[in-house]
Design a protein around this ligand. Structure first.
Ligand code: ADP
Ligand code: 5GP
Length: 197
């Protein structure tokens, strides 16, 4: 059982949303921050190309050179290589601000492990698809080309056991509204555990 901490910084939640590609993480976190002004969504950097139709602010799209420079400057809270591209979370100023909104990171499992090591109190929510077939349908529906679909499905087989093992909560993203309600309930419970928020 968790105890209420007198350390104010502990009162700000770090919520890590992880799960295989195409499960719906981006959709979920975007909807959550719209529903709840007490959540702040971190914007990651990536060296991958922007997808057709993808929002300009989905990521900071950058080059390998700039990404590596930012690594050298210790500019990332965590970073990883995923299917041939770099992805990383820039160090949020909010981490040191006890009054900040709760922080939401939408990242893959290697990054989630790095965050957990630095901030053991971070809450990891691992999102899974109702089935691999449905995950594949969602990847294709989003317009991912064949090779990317297969690479993400193969990657998912490796990520799933790790993600499940380190997760504080596992959520099946079947029907989106139901998933959002479940995520909001989890966040409400975690907030109530932090010093009567
Ligand atoms: P991720 O960020 O995990 O890679 P996305 O948020 O890009 O996944 O979602 C992949 C696709 O699945 C998108 O087209 C999205 O609209 C769709 N999607 C997300 N959640 C659901 C759901 N619960 N049911 C059906 N489709 C969904
Ligand atoms: P995509 O290319 O589908 O946008 O993202 C590929 C994977 O990288 C997804 O699992 C996504 O959650 C993850 N990801 C996005 N941003 C970051 C980040 O900053 N750090 C890490 N470790 N993974 C990220």
């Amino acid at each position: 059982m968790r105890h209420c901490s007198s350390n104010l910084a502990d009162r700000r939640l770090i919520i890590v949303v992880s799960g295989p590609g195409g499960v719906g993480k981006g959709t979920i976190v975007d909807a959550l921050v719209k529903r709840d002004p007490g959540l702040w969504l971190s914007r990651s950097w990536t060296t991958r190309d922007q997808r057709p139709g993808e929002a300009d602010d989905a990521y900071v799209f950058t080059t390998g050179e700039r990404f590596e420079e930012h690594i050298s400057n210790d500019g990332f809270l965590e970073w990883t290589e995923f299917l041939g591209n770099y992805y990383g979370t820039p160090r949020p100023d909010q981490l040191d601000d006890p009054e900040s909104p709760d922080i939401v990171l939408e990242i893959e499992v290697d990054g989630a492990q790095q965050v957990k090591q630095q901030y053991p109190e971070a809450i990891l929510i691992f999102v899974t698809p109702p089935s691999r077939d449905e995950q594949e349908r969602r990847l294709r529906g989003r317009g991912d080309p064949d090779d990317k679909v297969h690479a993400r499905l193969r990657k998912a087989e490796k990520e799933e056991p790790v993600g499940r093992a380190i997760a504080d909560h596992i959520v099946i993203n079947d029907e989106l509204d139901r998933t959002l309600d479940e995520m909001q309930s989890i966040i409400a419970v975690e907030r109530s555990r932090r010093c009567g928020r």
